[in-house]
Design a protein around this ligand. Sequence first.
Ligand code: 1GP
Length: 246
Amino acid sequence: MGTVLQTIEAAKGSGRKQLAVLIDPDMGADQALLERTVQNACMAKADMIFVGGSLLTTAAFDHCVELVKRWSDRPVVLFPGSPAQLSRHADAVLFLSLISGRNPELLIGHHVTAAPTVRAMGLEAIPTGYMLVDNGRPTTVSYVSQTLPIPHDKPGIAACTALAGELLGLRTIYMDTGSGAQRTVHPAMVAAVRQAVDLPIIVGGGIRDTASARSLCEAGADVLVIGTAFEEDPERIFHMSEAIHG
Ligand code: 1GP
């Protein structure tokens, strides 16, 4: 079996869209709920499980990742909101650089802090250009990161930003309107980024229905990340998975 990045690239190459279920590490406080969510993700044939969040209110991050790994046979990928969100129980970490923003700590600072730990844990690091996109109101991630998101209706800015990330050697682009967002990234913006770069494109934030999942995939998204919709309605994961996998 190859690395998680190789799996994502192979799926992209064959046109197979992927579903990543995002688990908020605070869910670890309710182990029964966490176990149910992980089991649902596996039964619904989610391709990966992402664990992370921009703001944690509980301290049991490592234990949460350990439980997710124990209960699932899918790759567990960290989507860290801070260098504290690392765990040797995961398979990989999205080594995120917030390229839509101009906060040096999130472009390189936290990476310097986290790099020795990532190496010591033996985690696969997936160099990822993270682009925050405006969804009409501030989200936790825009507030916590103290960065300005890319305007929702400016696909050109997103395309140039993604291209810069590709030229810098990043391996995936993650476009996000933030957890629980009122609207998703506009498919036209995904299409513009698809035109600009050949990297796998991950899209998340506010995906709640099969129609928007399909239109994001058609626009060129390779991986859809869904969290809030499954927390609100766990059954929805089965419909969304079908819509994404076709
Ligand atoms: C947030 O992309 C993720 O960073 C998922 O968002 O919780 O809105 O699905 P949702």
